[in-house]
Write a protein that binds this ligand. Structure first.
Ligand SMILES: [Zn+2]
Length: 321
């Protein structure tokens, strides 16, 4: 798990003229749980804005996400009394299906003896004593660590509360809730990253591993933590992370566009292309570095390798944000 920087955009479908935005206003006006909640959160402008925030990693378990195997997940679940947040971008995260559908579902556990806020108390949400960590609001890297102590250690490569983190039992519960220490693929990925990072440090070239610490990469907390301890100068800056994310999104876009040239254009591919346009438009509008000019410069550079027609399509979406 890593902390993400949420773009300050409103995807058009959630804006005042969008289908989701209109429903949100209706719910606020009526103050009653609606009978149905159409899935406007799956629209490409919403998913694209979340890709711009997270890249292709799950907000909870840090596994790699594909377009088909990812969900827009409501941090405060719409079926758990938070219906008025069903069309609020700030309540959305991109997650893998196991985290969203198996671990979480409509649950939003709160600390014992506390209760959630209802619609009339909605301005007091920040007072809720949640169990789950919020990957945007909470300083995840300060509260959660990967146990890297030498063997024998039952916690080796497991996530545990950091020394000094507030309320360690709560953090342990949050880790257990998403089974962050029992998914075999996650543990394997952490081991591989640990080995590559340790080897780079041993060879005196920690910067060779710094890309593995980028928050948009799977299980990156392992490398981030190791570099912070051993070679903090090699930690990637937010600017470097953004450049990497732009490169990754452009690579995927070019690949998808290449696949769709020809007679058979599959629907998942066209959906993903549309999401990637929106992701890049979102980063142009609201980059985590607050330097939009650098994003435009990158997209027009040979490194991005995007044809003018594609840049025009991104600009068209940018104008709608
Ligand atoms: Zn996940």
């Amino acid at each position: 798990m890593r902390q993400f920087i949420r773009p300050t955009v409103t995807p058009p479908v959630l804006g005042p003229l969008g289908s989701g935005g209109k429903l949100r206003q209706k719910h606020l006006d009526e103050g009653q749980p609606p009978s149905s909640l159409p899935e406007h959160w799956t629209k490409p402008d919403v998913r694209g804005a979340l890709l711009a925030m997270q890249g292709h990693v799950c907000a909870y378990c840090s596994s790699e996400l594909s377009q088909a195997a990812s969900d827009v997940e409501h941090f405060r679940p719409k079926q758990a009394g938070y219906w008025w947040l069903a069309y609020t971008f700030q309540n959305y995260l991109l997650s893998c299906k196991p985290c969203n559908q198996t671990c979480k579902g409509p649950r939003f556990p709160l600390q014992t003896g506390t209760s959630g806020k209802s619609f009339p108390e909605r301005h007091l949400l920040h007072e809720e004593q949640t169990i789950l960590l919020d990957p945007v609001a909470d300083p995840v890297e300060d509260w959660v660590q990967v146990s890297l102590d030498a063997l024998p250690n039952d916690d080796f490569l497991k996530l545990t509360p950091s020394p000094g983190a507030p309320n360690p039992p709560r953090i342990r519960d949050a880790i257990r809730f998403f089974a962050l220490n029992t998914k075999i693929e996650s543990m394997r990925a952490r081991m591989a990253i640990l080995q590559r990072t340790a080897e780079a440090i041993r060879q005196g070239t920690p910067e060779a591993a710094s890309e593995l610490a980028i928050r948009h990469r799977p299980q990156s907390l392992v490398c981030w933590q190791l570099l912070r301890l051993s070679a903090p100068d090699a930690l990637p800056s937010v600017e470097r992370e953004l450049e990497w994310l732009l490169g990754e999104l452009c690579d995927r876009l070019r690949e998808k566009l290449r696949l769709t040239v020809g007679p058979s254009v599959s629907n998942p591919d066209t959906k993903e292309i549309e999401e990637l346009y929106w992701a890049l438009a979102t980063l142009c509008k609201s980059p985590p570095t607050d330097q939009p000019a650098a994003v435009f410069t990158y997209l027009k550079s040979p490194a991005a390798d995007l044809p003018t027609s594609v840049l025009d399509l991104i600009a068209h979406r940018y104008a709608r944000l």
